[in-house]
Design a protein around this ligand. Structure first.
Ligand SMILES: Cc1cc2nc3c(=O)[nH]c(=O)nc-3n(C[C@H](O)[C@H](O)[C@H](O)COP(=O)(O)OP(=O)(O)OC[C@H]3O[C@@H](n4cnc5c(N)ncnc54)[C@H](O)[C@@H]3O)c2cc1C
Length: 429
């Protein structure tokens, strides 16, 4: 076999690509991973910064429940998770109020969910089923949840998928000790030990293919293989940055209908946890602050609680990210400080003095992500199935956005999809 000739080429070294490459290499297949960026991990990207008290998660941060594959891999890697605890607060105007959960009074909302027989968007659901004063709170928290947590537009998201996710999701949330980088490093190590070859800083431009014969043209060089697995995000697929020859219009047109939400993350290190000082919180005790929701430009914030660190993370998802996506990082920082100034009783000038470090992760303008993560649109399951179907047992697709299960938009979804598709490739050879 020639130097740049492989049994299988995986495009993308995110969680899905790494998991798939590991599975493929375990069966003795000569496997390559071609990655556009200079590092592996994709949207699971932890960095260390000497100005920050803790590793900074620019992408994935939470483990949303006791997730089978994530838990298993962390255990194998000898990496601990710790439980996310603390209080949830809501800010409106000058008011700071404690919330009992991410979605208040879920049982009343669930009763309303049961009224729907056919799938509709969340915006239609709010319009048709949540009218009247008694649902004011439910309307606010549901919209916040979809735009924030789901990073999605209520006009696109499927109510039935949201209901399924809310009913199956665990109350438990964890963080990975040392950050998701620990999981990524473990997968990367496992791949390399099994002979997977990595080609970083090498964006793929074109895939020329016929049955069992693929030529991959990347920025630095070309490769050949009999099978190819594409794990780039749905956003990248939709951007058509990778050309297929011959073209695959059915896949591309269907991929364009999938939901993929914009996300911008703002991580700020301060000299002290000023939100624990009652002069900034209308005399309320925010010592255990975990999440705070507001109506400011950057509406959602969280601390590192239960870890003791003066770090705040701002979250802009869905329409909130659209609003600021074209601003420079400095301008987004300014919006972040203005938002915090509105939420807490503290001036922008003082916040500027207290700021010791900052990172803006604008995943929307990142050409190798083109957004944050997927959300399920109406009829999303059928659309994903169309994209997932291999072409002539030669071109395969995987990744978080094509996963069919309840853990939508997560690292678990990516790992699961990568593993499942690798098994499909193995079975087809
Ligand atoms: C801000 C943010 C917060 C998140 N928070 C959480 C969370 O708390 N918990 C959770 O479970 N999940 C979270 N997620 C989602 C999670 O990060 C993703 O679901 C998961 O990491 C996706 O993995 P993937 O392998 O499918 O895709 P990716 O990680 O996107 O991997 C695809 C890879 O393909 C590469 N690529 C793109 N184009 C090309 C090209 N032309 N040539 C070669 N390579 C290319 C990319 O650089 C990337 O490395 C978050 C995501 C974001 C953005």
């Amino acid at each position: 076999m020639q130097e740049n000739s492989f049994d299988t080429i995986v495009i993308g070294a995110g969680a899905a690509g790494l998991m798939a490459a590991w599975e493929l290499a375990q069966t003795g297949r000569k496997t390559a991973v071609i990655e556009a960026k200079d590092h592996v991990g994709g949207r699971a990207h932890t960095i260390t910064d000497k100005n920050f008290e803790l590793p900074v998660e620019l992408g994935a941060e939470f483990v949303h429940g006791d997730l089978e594959l994530t838990k298993l891999l962390l255990k194998k890697a000898g990496v601990e998770q710790y439980t996310v605890k603390g209080d949830i607060w809501q800010n409106e105007g000058d008011e700071l109020d404690k919330q009992s959960d991410f979605i208040e009074d879920y049982s009343a909302l669930n009763k309303k969910f049961k009224e729907i027989k056919e799938d509709i968007t969340v915006a239609e659901f709010i319009e048709k089923h949540l009218q009247g004063k008694e649902f004011e709170e439910a309307r606010f928290t549901l919209k916040n949840y979809v735009e924030g947590y789901y990073a999605a537009d209520t006009h696109k998201v499927s109510t039935l998928a949201l209901k399924e996710e809310l009913n199956s999701s665990s109350d438990k949330q964890y963080r990975v000790e040392g950050g998701y980088a620990k999981l990524v490093e473990y997968l990367h190590r496992q791949c390399k030990e099994r002979g997977v070859q990595f080609f970083l800083s090498n964006p793929v431009k074109e895939i020329k293919w016929k049955e069992d014969a693929v030529e991959v043209i990347a920025e630095q060089n070309s490769f050949i293989s009999s099978k190819i697995l594409v794990t780039v995000s749905v956003g990248v697929l939709q951007s058509e940055a990778i050309r297929f020859s011959p073209a695959i219009p059915e896949k591309m047109d269907t991929a364009k209908k999938l939901g993929f939400g914009p996300v911008i993350k703002t991580v700020l290190q301060f000299d002290e946890a000023f939100w624990k000082k009652k002069e900034f919180t209308q005399q309320k005790n925010l010592d255990k602050l975990s999440f705070i929701f507001s109506k400011t430009v950057i509406p959602t914030w969280w601390t590192c609680y239960p870890k003791n660190a003066a770090i705040l993370t701002g979250w802009s998802g869905g329409p909130h990210a659209e609003e600021i996506k074209d601003l420079s990082n400095e301008e987004i920082l300014q919006k972040a400080l203005e938002s915090l100034s509105e939420i807490f009783n503290v001036s922008v000038n003082l916040l500027q003095l207290k700021l010791k470090g900052w990172h803006i992760a604008n995943w929307v303008t990142d050409p190798f992500s083109c957004g944050g993560y997927s959300c399920e649109v109406v009829n999303g399951k059928e659309l994903k199935e169309v994209v997932r179907q291999p072409i002539d047992n030669t071109i395969f697709f995987a990744g978080e956005g094509l996963y069919d299960g309840p853990e939508i938009g997560t690292v678990e979804a990516a790992l699961y999809s990568g593993r499942e598709t690798a098994h499909r490739i193995i079975a087809s050879s």
